[in-house]
Design a protein. Structure first.
Length: 203
């Protein structure tokens, strides 16, 4: 087996989605894998594109993003070396909901649709790895969404409760309420900044 074959097998086996597979399974996946270089700022696929396979980042970093109705970019997820992406769209046979854009120069491995689907029928370990990967991603994104919704709700409460007034008998008192600092994820912080900028623009 020459160096051109050894390299993709080595890169695939380091990816979380493929790192528990047998040598035979990796060899079959590699037979349907192509390697490409995407320069910084290059688009791997756009929103609405047809899913032709899944991608593994052999080196570099990408972002999955979409444009808001106001024209701003919203980064959904950063994809690092040895991460994979594109699984959900491939398995559901739906177009990509986000664009994949290189943050740095990237080396990508593309495992073709038919190769992956055929191996899923054959290898239960691969099927479990994909389920684990998608479940973990869904959990993380739901947690970040929860943080964003909590920040929006706590912001409304903070505005409504900034000054609290109460009456005991004939005495009326008031105090200023300052909520505790809320720890937020980078995604939640980014969204909160955009919300604040939008509100300032409307004013």
């Amino acid at each position: 087996m020459d160096a051109k074959v050894h390299q993709p097998i080595s890169c695939l086996s380091k990816a979380a989605i493929f790192n528990q597979l047998s040598a035979e399974t990796l060899a079959r996946l590699t037979a349907g894998t192509t390697e490409s270089i995407t320069r910084r700022g290059g688009v791997v696929f756009g929103r609405g594109a047809t899913a032709t396979g899944i991608y593994v980042v052999a080196s570099g970093q990408l972002k999955l993003s979409m444009d808001t109705p106001q024209g701003a970019e919203h980064v959904v997820e950063l994809i690092q070396e040895d991460d994979s992406f594109g699984e959900a769209e491939l398995l559901t046979n739906r177009p990509h909901l986000v664009a994949a854009i290189a943050v740095t120069d990237c080396k990508l491995l593309h495992v073709g649709r038919q190769t992956l689907l055929a191996e899923l029928e054959r290898d239960k370990v691969l099927a479990r790895r994909i389920i684990d990967t998608l479940s973990d991603r869904l959990y993380r994104q739901t947690s970040e969404l929860e943080n964003v919704l909590f920040l929006k709700a706590s912001g409304r409460v903070a505005r409504a409760s900034s000054t609290v007034t109460w009456t005991v008998g004939s005495t009326t008192s008031s105090t200023t309420y300052r909520p505790r600092n809320t720890r937020m994820s980078p995604l939640a912080g980014s969204i909160r900044t955009k919300m604040s900028s939008s509100a300032a623009t409307r004013r």
